[in-house]
Write a protein that binds this ligand. Sequence first.
Ligand code: AMP
Length: 505
Amino acid sequence: MNIALWLHQTAARRPEAPAVRVGEALHATYGDYAARTRALARGFAARGVGPGDRVVLFAKNGPDYLAVMHAALWIGAAIVPVNHKLHPAEAAWIVADAGARLAVTETGDLSTRPDWPADCLEVGLHSGDFAEAATPGPGDRTTPPREAREDDLAWLFYTSGTTGRPKGVMLTHGALRAMAMTYPLDVDPARASDHPLYAAPMSHGAGLYTFHYIRLGACHVIPPGQGFDPAEIEALARALGDLVFFAAPTMIRRLVAHARASGWRGEGVRTVIYGGGPMYLADLDEAVDLMGPRFVQIYGQGESPMTITVLPRDMVADRAHPRAEARRGSVGYAQACVEVRVVDEAMADVPVDAPGEIVVRGATVMKGYWNRPEATAETLVDGWLRTGDVGRLDADGFLTLTDRSKDVIISGGTNIYPREVEETLLAHAGVAEVSVIGVPSAEWGEDVLAFVVLHPGADCGPETLDAWCRARMASFKKPKHWRFLDELPKNAYGKVLKTELRKQA
Ligand code: AMP
């Protein structure tokens, strides 16, 4: 089944229902949005795009984002969403790697670059060409999407690439549908009256969280600022109500800081789904105390999008449970569409509570990496996806991430999980952000080096933080070296770039 069928069906059932708003202003109803999508699909086909082809979308969150995505799917092509914060050279590299036939871009002028593949056409979102292609003609109210098989490629997702060149993760129509159907079961009871808001890049998780809302006929909201602006979110929450959005933990920190300053307590926000990186307990406490039980955590990765584990809102907020601390510090339990295990190098289960690599099997797991058979064979083993993340499963099935395997620091033969050190340091009132890595040491193999960003005006040097750690953790885990920075290097998704920190070290 083509996942685009949901837009077709919703438009037939509820043509007058609002489909997309830019801020509060209505951009299109479902009937009009589907017509626009069908027109674009025809326009793409007229430019030579056919079933099995790839269409790149390199753009900010905008009102036509979902239409371009669905237009590609409509004609049996796959969509390749590229984060708009990437450098044009990086985008051109992805266009070439994906072998894209067409690229829809913000500016429309990237194909003049020497590194742009000659056989890829470009259309600018704001061009006359695009406007013409998106104008519905006769038949654009009825034409259904082309049939697709479950395992046909729908979405080619380039992983954020904290290491090396990005790889294209192949997600099928079946995987996207399984992901969408798990959402209301495990993550949040989605409703037609919700306002899904796209504050985080739609090229990533936020864009994957659109299909169930299209199915329901909810109205998608594009923030006029096209990004994550807490003041804008507050205003939209107050005006529209029932906002639901995905945010990375770094965004939650900004949201909470804004709420603290403005006096807003989250009224009008129904649910914030967070994930994509570690959320520290101190931050979570602050968010829940200030804004109430509106938060749900998910753990996923491009290779099993949004769907490895979930920690639902009641568990995120519950501090009375006897195991509350462990549960709230975990990423929750396996979502309904996957099985999760923690294994050793031979792929055998490790005992309960012992650390090992997290592996995942289920309907949402990728088909493989685009044109990378070796990387695929290393990552998909007997149907299990090796996540590269290290964690432990407790007796009740809660998974705690300790780190990505490559980030583990080994000092004196003992594993040190950076996250543990980071949690301890973050609990200090003067520390705003922290990231720790291992650096070579003649004596121990590796030493812990901490990069610290202090709150403005905080007065704490290495001695203070050393004493703080000494009072709270095993001595071997304490950072031996300290660097104080104004900010941590982050990638386009707000994830701390440990590779960059390693270079600096
Ligand atoms: P990406 O494929 O770019 O979405 O990155 C996925 C990676 O982000 C995972 O493999 C984890 O290392 C990390 N990650 C995702 N969700 C969480 C979470 N809830 N807590 C901690 N780390 C996470």
